[in-house]
Design a protein around this ligand. Structure first.
Ligand code: ZN
Length: 299
């Protein structure tokens, strides 16, 4: 089973004007086809999953209201993403977007998201300006733990007008230690704090890393990608590494189909071969592509 653990689905209604502006600026900077980034509908996602042979994708709602004003509230965004999951129940898994600074309201929305909307967990987006390990959020995490919800937490870099300093993997470490029953996925292998992310995932049995947003490094600096992946395997173990894309953001660089194929057919570049590092075998590739995620999401 192939599972993409990190996708976004949005349209003109769900995305705020400011976020849209950031996406447009990014597309212009890198000369991307803008329509591939802005037009992120579930129908298109399913079509591209089919082309790539991806069985299931985790789609993330976003709570960006502390930083950007939206056309719809974060609850309406959660409703909308839950509706997409209901449209494709065999293909999509949803995570709610909730900013834990909402306090009691965050806990209520978490309960509604898991209990009523059928989400598997929650996406945290510290780029909006909070440290994940703020003690004020502990009642929220207690409820996450009780509900058996999965956390996917952004770590690493982000777009302009968002706050980087909150996104170091070390802040996730605190939460992982204090709430050992919560399964936490750290997005993007924490890039550029990749060593830190690998260390945190290596020391905590409940922490995982996804390789979403590494498409450009895979394509343009493959040595760096493979060296990191080998290091992750050696430090965290193969069971901690999850396939992901950050769809639609990197689709102009590498299609889902080519990213899946890249992992399926990966061979170490010759300088790593010369060091006699072991190749990723079929079983290990299958774990990255979906076996590990299937366990996290009880599939
Ligand atoms: Zn993302």
């Amino acid at each position: 089973m192939i599972i993409d653990t990190h996708c976004h689905v949005w349209d003109e209604e769900t995305i705020s004007d400011e976020l849209r502006g950031i996406l447009i600026a990014t597309a212009e900077k890198f000369n991307f086809d803008l329509s591939l980034i802005l037009n992120a509908t579930p129908d298109r996602l399913i079509k591209e999953m089919d082309e790539a042979g991806i069985d299931k994708a985790v789609i993330l709602a976003l709570d960006y209201e502390y930083l950007f004003r939206g056309h719809m509230s974060y609850k309406e965004y959660n409703d909308k993403v839950a509706g997409y999951v209901k449209d494709f129940p065999d293909r999509l898994i949803g995570l709610a977007g909730i900013d834990p600074r909402r306090g009691k309201e965050a806990i209520q929305e978490l309960e509604r998201s898991i209990g009523e909307l059928g989400f598997a967990g929650v996406k945290l987006w510290p780029l909006m300006g909070f440290y994940p390990d703020d003690p004020k959020f502990y009642p929220f995490y207690e409820r996450v733990e009780e509900l058996g919800a999965v956390i996917l937490c952004h770590t690493g870099s982000g777009p302009q007008k968002t706050y980087l300093k909150h996104c170091r993997p070390a802040y996730v470490d605190t939460v992982a230690v204090d709430f050992p029953k919560i399964k936490i996925i750290m997005a993007h292998m924490g890039e550029p704090w990749t060593n830190e992310a690998i260390t945190v995932a290596g020391k905590n049995p409940n922490v995982y890393i996804d390789i979403s947003a590494w498409e450009s490094i895979f394509k343009f600096a493959p040595f760096d990608f493979f060296q990191t992946l080998v290091k992750a395997k050696m430090t965290c173990g193969i069971d901690k590494i999850l396939f992901g894309t950050d769809w639609p953001l990197f689709s102009p660089i590498l299609s889902l189909e080519r990213w899946v194929k890249g992992i399926k057919e990966m061979e170490l570049p010759s300088p790593l071969k010369l060091r006699r590092l072991p190749e990723f075998n079929e079983e290990e590739k299958n774990k990255i592509l979906g076996g590990n995620a299937a366990k996290i999401f009880d599939l």
